[in-house]
Design a protein around this ligand. Structure first.
Ligand code: ATP
Ligand code: SF4
Ligand code: MG
Length: 333
């Protein structure tokens, strides 16, 4: 499948000079056309920083300190998002890539009806549309995300958290972007609601054909709904695989730890253990593999050299990559 977004050697720091800490380290990750790619990792692993960095929405003191992000439009030449001017960036956001922020459901304006807020997004980006066409588009999108016609003139406080979240998803989709990034859109909601929203998103993806980067702590949701999963630890991607492969046969000890922190979805029961210790502090990142202080398999080489992400030596499978020094997993190529 063709790529839609190619992130390469991407780095983000917080602060400048001696004060700087590196929150995203040499991330290389490709989003393919039409896929749902899940990004998981404990709190502080750099998931949001990566998402805001690649869309250039990073708030200060965040600084992009290296790398490229190449976007492939449906027609025409690919270009580097890092090289766009401000007006080009404004057009790129919403129309090509839209992002639903962590806690976005609380960012609706309380004094305007939800339909008005959606119409404003359409008007700002497609001023040539007639007012009837805009209204029709807004109604259609709200219906698609499960907001019935009689709720369109509601104010945000008149809707449940789940409905507000759906409105945000509708706003993100209304200009029919190629890429939708969802940063933990459902943490504030109960588990049943989380599953419903993600299932609906996957269904909309089938119909509208966009690609999704879905960020969450909840690896079990990703195993169920995403096509591929990337696991992040200490600012780096440590494993990337098809969801089913990762679930059956994870290669990085950190992924294994994350999988053991929720009950098996099907098949025999697994022993639940979780991961001892806590995520690294950016100011004192462990040497070598930053997971080594917590890793049950760590050996000499682990604290001495950083393992880079690559195809594991024991599998001739380009759909998999891992960053680990264990025999058979050492990256090749
Ligand atoms: P969560 O799952 O809690 O949302 P995350 O994976 O999205 O976590 P980030 O929010 O990207 O993690 O944070 C990555 C690292 O960058 C963390 O160590 C965090 O403390 C640090 N960080 C985030 N924002 C800032 C900031 N404004 N200034 C300094 N450090 C920051
Ligand atoms: Fe564990 Fe070493 Fe692999 Fe890191 S490189 S995950 S410390 S075995
Ligand atoms: Mg986050």
């Amino acid at each position: 499948t063709r790529p839609v977004l190619e992130i390469k050697d991407f780095c983000v720091d917080y602060g400048l000079g001696d004060e700087a800490v590196q929150a995203v380290r040499d991330v290389t990750l490709t989003l393919h056309r039409g896929e749902v790619l899940g990004l998981a990792g404990e709190s502080g692993s750099g998931k949001s920083t990566l998402a805001y960095g690649v869309t250039r929405l990073l708030p200060p003191p965040g600084v992009i300190s290296g790398g490229s992000v190449v976007y492939h439009p449906p027609s025409g030449d690919a270009y580097d998002v890092m090289a766009l001017t401000d007006p080009e960036l404004r057009a790129f956001r919403w129309a090509e890539t839209s992002i639903v922020f962590q806690g976005a459901m609380n960012s609706l304006n309380p004094v305007h009806k939800v339909s008005t807020q959606m119409l404003d997004v359409i008007r700002a980006h497609e001023p040539q549309l007639s007012s009837q066409a805009r209204t029709a588009r807004a109604q259609e999108m709200l219906k698609l995300v499960g907001i019935s016609a009689d709720r369109m003139d509601a104010y945000p406080h008149q809707l449940s958290g789940g409905m507000r979240q759906r409105v945000m998803i509708g706003m993100a989709l209304v200009l029919e972007p190629q890429i939708v990034i969802m940063d933990e859109p459902t943490t504030a909601l109960d588990v049943v609601m989380q599953r419903q929203i993600l299932a609906q998103l996957v269904e909309l993806r089938e119909r509208l054909g966009f690609s999704v980067l879905f960020i969450t702590h909840d690896l079990s949701l990703l195993v169920e709904f995403s096509d591929r999963i990337a696991i992040m630890y200490g600012g780096r991607i440590v494993e990337e695989a098809r969801s089913a492969d990762l679930y059956k046969d994870s290669l990085h000890p950190y992924s294994e730890g994350l999988l053991k922190s929720f009950p098996a979805l099907r098949g025999p029961r697994r022993e639940l253990s979780g991961i001892p210790g806590s995520p690294p502090d950016l100011r004192g990142m462990p040497s070598g593999c930053s997971f080594h202080p917590r890793c049950p398999h760590a050996f000499d080489r682990c604290s001495a050299e950083i393992p880079l992400l690559g195809i594991p030596s024991a599998r001739n499978d380009p759909s998999r990559s891992v960053a680990c020094w264990l025999p058979g997993r050492v990256p090749v190529g």
